[in-house]
Write a protein that binds this ligand. Structure first.
Ligand SMILES: [Zn+2]
Ligand SMILES: [Zn+2]
Ligand SMILES: [Zn+2]
Length: 422
């Protein structure tokens, strides 16, 4: 039997084989690894240097090119971020600067920097009114039809090429259908209606009927083959803070009722005066909408609410108990009360992609889907409900994620909430 040695590190009582001691110079393996890590951290701390690529760069287009440039991770470099938020930099671009950046993105399409081009195009689409004709033509010519949101700005020739291409290009069909949905003009509406009546031969290769791609872009075909928007065109940004106009807007307020499924207290996710924010309620005579939810159950199931004559909400009798409910839901933290406030209007598509560098809580506008576009069906009239507002959890609580969505069927006075996360 070999005599074991005690680790040489003060305070450690572990014993090791002499052969281990030979390798480590005395300490046990855990202590040895610990020391090596500390040495490495020390080295990084001592040799890490700040690198400010923006030093002396004043041209905003050049600044944005640097921001979008992909970087390889290096622990020895501390990249100094630009002091201005990216959204603000885009808002400040002049027309000619927007054009320069759009042309730059177009030039990247045929290179292997297309990820960079995608991000620039997404920001130009959502933050500016830039003309993207050249960029979109380059995308179509190169067969890169992703992300689809910028195709919202397609000129007619790009649209017509996509309409031809969708029949032949099985590999890109999914992206092309999304792009067509974002174009969503009279030609596309006609095409989608045609597919609804006569499904194309390639229908079987898709998970959903081709005309249902419209929902990814916030609309659907009505029974009369018209475009029916599923979101309000007015959009108000919501930021963290106690409501500055509590008479017309409140997000997250306890109610006196509790959930019949999990017994948690019910929450009014929103309580708003819709006319103040340009979202028509159409809900009887009252200018008030409360959107009730159960913070626990809505993570697993749609939660419907009924709005009464006074705009007050009630638990909908048709709510279905979630198939799964966690046992420990009584220990779940509650969302912070009265934690969002209106902060001015913004374009309705500004937050239409989860990859746009902005904040997502908003009233009206197009929703930010994290997964697929899931507009609930109204339990009364079976029509798709309209998106009304969303709370991005990270906006109101640190280290949180996911989005709570609120929907409404104005005709039936019914609301719904659902939650998505990555
Ligand atoms: Zn040790
Ligand atoms: Zn519940
Ligand atoms: Zn309805």
């Amino acid at each position: 039997m070999v005599d074991r040695l005690v680790c040489t590190k003060p305070g450690c009582t572990r014993t090791i084989l002499p052969s281990t001691a030979k390798t480590t110079g005395g300490p046990c393996m855990p202590c040895f690894a610990d020391d090596e890590n500390k040495k490495r951290e020390e080295y990084i701390k001592k040799n890490r240097r700040d690198l400010n690529e923006f030093d002396g760069v004043t041209d905003p287009v050049e600044v944005l090119k640097i921001i979008h440039k992909p970087r390889t991770y290096d622990p020895l470099i501390n990249w100094i971020p630009h002091p201005t938020p990216i959204e603000q930099l885009y808002h400040a671009l002049s027309d000619s600067e927007q054009q320069r950046l759009a042309d730059y993105a177009a030039s990247l399409i045929s290179s292997d920097h297309d990820g960079e081009a995608e991000n620039i195009a997404l920001c130009l689409t959502t933050f500016t009114g830039a003309n993207l004709d050249t960029y979109l033509r380059a995308c179509v010519a190169h067969g890169s039809i992703y992300p689809s949101l910028p195709f919202h700005r397609s000129p007619p020739d790009v649209r017509d090429t996509l309409i031809e291409r969708v029949e032949l290009d099985a590999e890109n069909r999914n992206h092309i259908l999304c792009a067509l949905a974002w174009i969503g003009d009279a030609s596309v509406v006609k095409l989608f209606d045609h597919w609804r009546r006569e499904p194309p031969a390639w229908r079987e290769s898709l998970y959903i009927p081709p005309e249902n791609y419209a929902r990814e872009a916030g609309w659907e075909l009505s029974e009369g083959a018209q475009r029916r928007d599923l979101y309000f065109s007015r959009c108000t940004k919501l930021v963290k803070g106690v409501s500055t106009s509590p008479g017309s807007f409140k997000a997250i307020a306890d109610t006196e009722d509790s959930c019949p499924w999990c017994q948690a207290g019910l929450t009014n996710l929103f309580d708003v005066t819709p006319s103040e924010f340009g979202i028509s309620s159409g809900v009887g005579d009252t200018d008030r909408i409360q959107v009730v939810t159960c913070e626990v159950c809505t993570a697993f199931e749609l939660v419907f609410g009924l709005i009464d004559q006074n705009g007050l909400s009630k638990w909908h009798p048709k709510n279905a108990r979630p198939e799964y409910l966690p046992d420990d839901s009584d220990t779940w933290g509650r969302l912070p009360q009265d934690s969002l406030t209106p902060a001015g209007e913004r374009p309705p598509l500004l937050a239409a992609s989860q990859f746009v560098p902005t904040s997502f809580s908003q009233l009206g506008g197009h929703p930010t889907w994290i997964q697929d576009a899931e507009y609930p069906q109204c339990p009364e009239c079976s029509k798709s409900m309209m998106f009304m507002a969303q709370v991005s959890h990270e906006d109101i609580e640190d280290l949180s994620e996911g989005i709570f969505y609120a929907f409404i069927c104005p005709t039936c006075r019914i609301t719904a909430t659902r939650y998505q996360q990555t």
